[in-house]
Design a protein around this ligand. Structure first.
Ligand SMILES: *[C@@H]1O[C@H](CO)[C@@H](O)[C@H](O)[C@H]1NC(C)=O
Ligand SMILES: *[C@@H]1O[C@H](CO)[C@@H](O)[C@H](O)[C@H]1NC(C)=O
Ligand SMILES: *[C@@H]1O[C@H](CO)[C@@H](O)[C@H](O)[C@H]1NC(C)=O
Ligand SMILES: *[C@@H]1O[C@H](CO)[C@@H](O)[C@H](O)[C@H]1NC(C)=O
Ligand SMILES: *[C@@H]1O[C@H](CO)[C@@H](O)[C@H](O)[C@H]1NC(C)=O
Ligand SMILES: *[C@@H]1O[C@H](CO)[C@@H](O)[C@H](O)[C@H]1NC(C)=O
Ligand SMILES: *[C@@H]1O[C@H](CO)[C@@H](O)[C@H](O)[C@H]1NC(C)=O
Length: 554
């Protein structure tokens, strides 16, 4: 997610910044930069500074998420590993990119999906006073945006009580923008056949052991899942003139995936995105509102669509000028883009009916939680952020069975069954940030009735304004990662201090209030009593585009 922009660009975009030689490089978009104020820019920088781990080596500061998933295959096929280091103030040649340090070879873990290299560099000369203030400002801006998002929430809590004035038009895109990408699934990932994840309209193969409604869903399958649901939405209309909301079923995540392991130029990576924008510009509804009433659902994280000049990673879809107006629903939003809205990562549970939900709720509320704490994860080889290793140490060293560590370096944690089993048997689940701030595991934990313990507010609190409440104490425990790494707070002991009654209250809230709205029903789901994550998103989108309309009317 490297936020990096050449110093020249910074200077031209802001006089204030020009004065600050040391604030170098964020990789947020050109057009974005040229439009946003210096303040916002600094905020982003600070955000990077504050919320991700930083490490200073000589003049290089790393602010990164682990590269565990960028494996040798990627390096071989892409020619070069994306860099994780950039020079800072004492080396002002911004075209220099040092090769990343070796982040671990011959991995013993099964090959995993590569994920974006997240990187931010910033200057070592930033003084602490400034930092505190800017962190506060940065957080304030994020919180304001979330408040705006929450204000867009639909007031009516009954699904599609009426579709009057709420028509949804689903573009029939040329198949190269979606179905043809699915057709490339055999060739998408070298070590596995991605096609099996595309069965059942994106849900994947059923997974019988956990019960009805469980599937081997891929974590990037959301664009498929949404598409098949929206085609069946009761408010779908075929006449664009009566539509309020326009759904663009572009499989942008798959578009990125198919290039991950291939040595292609940036032009190739961006070509389909550019074609899409050209195609949209020829559509009447797009022209009418400049795309403001259009929505995209993208199954990967925002940073994958915001390629910077320093890394070959991803496309620039979300950096295009024309893409700024529409709403983008993503499993991880870029925290300073109002039109990026976070929605839950898809889990493996896709209930068909109210009964599927109710029987799962009963199962997990009655479950015997024999572990106080559960943690499924792997240490990161490049320990810039040692939150994980500290937590693993705390978890495994107690030796009294209070904390159960599932070592994802040696067990296959991407097969959901074992992870869900652990979470259903644990009271609290540790959720340190992984390769990016958000984690699918947070949602695995919530739908298992395991209270998530978060260490970074960007993991969930600043992401999902429609699906998680503002008051995060109701469903989670927060321990600042600095307390863990710098102040020796023992998380397991702290959790043991939380009374049974408090745990029970949180768990009941999670299971009965939140859970139904965090799962995506199956492709022909018939929930009646509950609104699932899809329904919540669609109702709020409709609410949003309808309120957009109002100023024009009066
Ligand atoms: C990638 O493609 C470029 C241009 O065709 C070529 O010069 C380079 O050697 C290739 N890299 C690898 C690792 O194949
Ligand atoms: C930037 O580079 C130039 C030329 O290499 C050098 O003279 C100058 O001192 C550098 N500036 C900083 C702040 O390092
Ligand atoms: C900056 O780095 C590039 C790439 O290493 C090099 O070609 C160029 O000469 C450098 N420029 C300066 C002013 O050091
Ligand atoms: C992995 O790295 C270690 C230490 O850097 C080295 O000793 C070992 O030979 C490497 N293994 C492989 C397979 O490259
Ligand atoms: C901040 O600035 C004040 C005044 O310049 C100084 O006394 C203080 O040491 C600085 N650092 C911090 C962390 O407050
Ligand atoms: C997790 O598994 C890896 C690979 O088997 C091993 O190197 C590591 O020590 C294990 N970690 C713990 C805490 O057991
Ligand atoms: C647990 O609670 C006791 C009593 O209130 C307190 O003394 C102790 O510091 C707490 N431990 C942690 C780790 O919070």
């Amino acid at each position: 997610m490297a936020v990096s922009v050449s110093r020249k660009r910074l200077k031209s975009s802001s006089r204030n910044l020009a004065a600050k030689q040391s604030y170098f490089g964020l990789t947020i978009l050109y057009n974005f930069l040229s439009r946003i104020s210096a303040l916002v820019f600094l905020i982003i920088l600070i955000y990077m500074w504050s919320s991700f781990s930083t490490l200073i080596t000589g003049n290089i500061i790393h602010v990164c998420f682990s590269t565990r998933k960028v494996n040798n295959l990627y390096c071989l096929s892409a020619g070069t590993r994306p860099s994780f280091e950039m020079p800072t103030s004492t080396n002002n040649n911004s075209s220099i990119i040092n090769p990343g340090t070796d982040q671990g070879n011959a991995t013993t873990e099964p090959l995993k999906f590569p994920d974006t290299p997240y990187l931010v560099t910033t200057s070592s000369t930033m003084d602490i006073n400034d930092t505190d203030e800017r962190v506060a400002n940065a957080v304030k801006v994020v919180e304001e945006q979330l408040q705006v998002h929450r204000s867009w929430r639909s007031k009516s809590n009954k699904n599609y009580a009426t579709c009057d004035g709420k028509g949804i038009y689903v573009y029939d895109l040329p198949s190269k923008f979606n179905k043809d990408l699915m057709g490339q699934c055999h060739d998408m990932v070298p070590w596995q056949d991605f096609c099996s994840y595309l069965s059942n309209e994106g849900l994947g193969e059923p997974m019988a052991n956990l019960g009805k409604g469980w599937y081997k869903t891929h974590q990037y399958a959301l664009e498929l899942i949404f598409h098949s649901r929206v085609l069946r939405h009761p408010c779908r209309v075929y006449d664009e003139t009566v539509a309020k909301l326009f759904y663009v079923p572009f499989y942008g995540g798959l578009d990125i995936l198919r290039w991950h392991f291939k040595n292609v130029s940036n032009d190739v990576k961006d070509s389909l995105s550019l074609e899409l924008v050209k195609w949209l510009e020829r559509q009447g509804p797009w022209k009418r509102n400049s795309g403001k009433d259009h929505v995209f659902v993208l199954g990967k994280i925002s940073w994958d669509f915001r390629r910077s000049s320093e890394s070959p990673w991803g496309t620039r879809l979300l950096e295009f000028d024309k893409m700024q107006n529409p709403i983008k629903l993503l499993i991880e939003r870029q925290p300073w883009h109002l039109n990026d809205i976070g929605i839950p990562h898809p889990t493996n549970f896709h209930p068909h009916s109210d009964n599927d939900i109710i029987s799962w709720q009963l199962k997990i509320i009655r479950s015997n939680r024999k572990n106080l704490v559960g943690f499924a994860g792997a240490a990161r080889a490049n320990a810039e952020d040692n939150t994980r290793s500290t937590l693993i140490h705390q978890c495994t060293s107690l030796g009294n069975g209070k904390c159960h560590f599932m070592n994802c370096s040696s067990v296959k944690c991407d097969e959901a069954e074992s992870v869900i089993k652990l979470f259903v048997e644990s009271e609290f689940c540790l959720q340190p940030p992984g390769d990016s701030p958000t984690r699918k595991s947070v949602f695995d934990s919530l739908i298992s009735g395991c209270i998530p313990v978060l260490f970074d507010p960007f993991t969930a609190y600043y992401q999902y304004p429609w699906h998680l409440p503002h008051d995060h104490d109701k469903y989670s425990v927060f321990v600042d990662k600095k307390e863990v790494t710098q102040m020796n707070v023992n998380v397991v002991e702290r959790l043991a201090n939380i009374s049974l009654r408090e745990r029970e209250n949180m768990r009941r809230y999670i299971v009965y209030e939140l859970l139904p709205g965090l799962v995506y029903g199956d492709y022909n789901a018939e929930p009646d009593k509950f609104e699932d994550a899809f329904a919540i998103a669609m109702n709020n989108l409709l609410e949003r585009v309808i309120t957009l309309d109002q100023p024009h009317k009066d």
